[in-house]
Design a protein around this ligand. Sequence first.
Ligand SMILES: Nc1nc2c(c(=O)[nH]1)N[C@H]1C(S)=C(S)[C@@H](COP(=O)(O)OP(=O)(O)OC[C@H]3O[C@@H](n4cnc5c(N)ncnc54)[C@H](O)[C@@H]3O)O[C@H]1N2
Ligand code: MOO
Length: 404
Amino acid sequence: MLTFDEYQQRVIAAVRPLPPRSVAATDATGLLGLVTAEPLRSRVPLPGFTNSAMDGYAVLAADIRGAAADSPVSLPVTGDIPAGDTRSLRLEPGTCWRIMTGAPLPDGADAVVQVELTDGGTDTVAIREAVDAGCAIRHRGEDLEPGDEVLPAGTLLLPRHVPALLSAGVQEISVIPRPRVAIVSTGDELVEPGQQPGHGQVVDSNGPMLAALATECGFEVVAVRRVGDTGDEVREVLTELAAAADVIVTSGGVSAGAFEPLKLAFEGSGSFDFVKVAMQPGKPQGFGNLDGTAVFALPGNPVSSLVSFLVFVAPATRVLAGRDPQLATVGARVAEHWVSPPGRQQFARVIFDENGSVVRPIGGQGSHVLGGLAGSQALAIVPADTTEVAVGEALQVIPLEGLA
Ligand SMILES: Nc1nc2c(c(=O)[nH]1)N[C@H]1C(S)=C(S)[C@@H](COP(=O)(O)OP(=O)(O)OC[C@H]3O[C@@H](n4cnc5c(N)ncnc54)[C@H](O)[C@@H]3O)O[C@H]1N2
Ligand code: MOO
């Protein structure tokens, strides 16, 4: 039996980041969740032109020196400069332009007086407060100069990066592509979701659940298939999928029964390991390499499949994506006692108490308990040498929401 850490290290160490690819930088939302493979440098100055930070009047600061509420300075208004105005304009000393936020500053102006400090006039404006040169002006290049680094290599692209990405004047960006994941459920007992299971049959819920987990983790699901309990069929389907996927995740067929199709297909092939891991759920695990594609053979019990995905498949696939392997964990205190099997690291389904930092168990901890799984909010990590989880104990938990 391997410890949990030994096996997790083994699967993480077996994979490398995918080769980078150059993609259109304009597809900003399509790039979310990908990691940059090289630094992104701006090709242009930002802002691209000197412009106003306020709705108001572009002036020469010297012209309104001494302006005050009881002695306003009046200036003729040459005209309006709205945002998007492409004209090249000039300010003559002793005059002003009415200007909007983001509009290009006319040459010769050195300050903007916001409209609230004026009477808002359109032919002539009375300015009630003096401002310094530079007031309310955003200078060309003050944010970024051409050549400045916008994002270092290794940046996980998030919504906050989109404005810089789209404004940097870059056509292509080199990123690690999204890992392609194929899902395969095994078992003669499985029926398609939506079909009525007969006696002895169950709905294939692992396939869609694993596909949903992969999607939520930011991977690309390229196939969701179901196969029967023969080694030949499993080998054939997995070999086909290996050509189109970076990772294949199977569920079922890895324990000690008489008809374990993953073992029938690959045990003894030299490129697969079937092991027992000291954890609960998730004890039987298989991991292998099929024509360069990583194959995770997860146990079939739905809770075992989910936990195994989160602690083995997700970390290794995040490495393929150029990311840190581990999903986020948070600290929490135990509000209600539960038991954990001796010698196995438990991933217990728990819910958070109101304040979010206290957890209690939900439902039975059997690997088939779907109601408790649906109601759970996190997996509490109980060390292998703990058999009684005591009230007040501090544990790390993996929240089941926001896995990306
Ligand atoms: N003699 C032993 N029996 C078992 C052992 C063991 O060590 N010795 N380990 C147990 C543990 S722990 C687990 S976990 C399971 C793993 O079994 P398999 O991976 O071989 O999975 P199956 O036998 O195919 O299925 C188990 C269970 O899950 C249901 N299942 C399977 N696939 C799906 C699916 N796609 N959707 C919904 N439900 C699914 C299946 O019907 C079974 O009820 O083995 C224990 N046995
Ligand atoms: O290890 Mo199994 O996954 O306990 O039910």
